[in-house]
Design a protein around this ligand. Sequence first.
Ligand code: S3P
Length: 450
Amino acid sequence: MSAHGEPVPMTARKGAALKGVANVPGDKSISHRALILGALSVGETAITGLLEGQDVLDTAKAMRAFGAEVEHLGPGEWRVHGVGVGGFAEPDAVIDCGNSGTGVRLIMGCMATSPITATFTGDASLNGRPMARVTDPLALFGTRAYGRRGGRLPMTIVGAENPVPVRYKTPVPSAQVKSAVLLAGLNAPGETVVIEREATRDHSERMLRGFGAELSVEDSPDGRVITLKGQPELTGQTVDVPRDPSSAAFPVCAALITEGSDVLVPNIGLNPTRAGLYETLRDMGADLTYENPREEGGEPVADLRARFSPEMKGIEVPAERAASMIDEYPVLSVVAAFAEGRTHMPGVKELRVKESDRIDAMAKGLRACGVTVEEGEDWWTVEGRGPGGVTGGATVESRLDHRIAMSFLCLGLATQKPVAVDDGGPIATSFPVFEGLMAGLGASITRTNR
Ligand code: S3P
């Protein structure tokens, strides 16, 4: 079932080469943070390029429930009047974060050190995901959490009345956990410190500074040490959200495996904590170039050009690159299926607790399409079948996971027989214009008649 209605079965089949320009939507991670930091600031935050996917819309609604004014002015254009750090009001209804782990975890963090109580829920996917990774460090501030067994949603968070600052070493590489602790630290006196062994996406750090927080980052033998001075006055900013490298991955990877393709994906944020997929594709021998590299709003940006790449080779993907491409393994496995030789992806345990168990979802679907996949708890391998070598011809489950749905639809553009997904509805959480954008490039992706 789709997150917000009836299932939307979809089918992708081999057709024309993909050609043209793909304007992908705004970055999901930055969009959530722009709304949240806008809500925690004094004065007005003007946002352009906001991703209007369901995940981010749910965060906008939540910020209204905590007392911020959030206005939609036009496509991608939003204005937030914040309540200031410590100014959140208690919501009078349950906060529904839909499918979004980022939304719920960041919002739990930012209300956890205010003397208010809020109850959170989500769809079946989100309600099955672990929340203790966030509520454990929040407890150190004095926050209490009452959820279902195993730390699952629905869950009530009782904010700390007299929060104390925290020093926390994240046990899993997670930008969501890091960000939840930093956001909670905003309303605690003194210094809150987060130490992460491996660098994860650093949008929260960049944006907190941009909104006026005092935040320092140092490399130490233990990892990145992030120190935030509590109780700053954040002031409203202008945020131009760059386009999402995780969404760009779909037209880029589809072009690499579809004969004759040549696609330009302009203006993609290439923050090194997010760009691991593109490095990996180049290591595999993909014809992928960065055109017009530049800096925008403090982030490296380039136009990506991807051409059909029949000579790609399977590789060993470095485990230390995992955090910088964690959302891109499903679509990487699709590309790997069309490469020559084996692609081994170690160090990816986190894939098991995303919107779905992504190793299991991709492995089952790829096998049904004629690809050999092996897996362990924190690794998997895909045996490439070479260009044009994948059979397809299966209907796979998207499991309420947008990236699983889009990955299999990209696969079906290059398989011998069509590939169907049982429900493309979840695509709207992160990439609401996916169907139109892919059709514009010439892809044959259709809604399946039932
Ligand atoms: C995100 C962090 C990642 C990623 C998610 C977005 C964020 O999750 O998978 O899509 O915006 O902070 P983890 O930090 O839990 O790995």
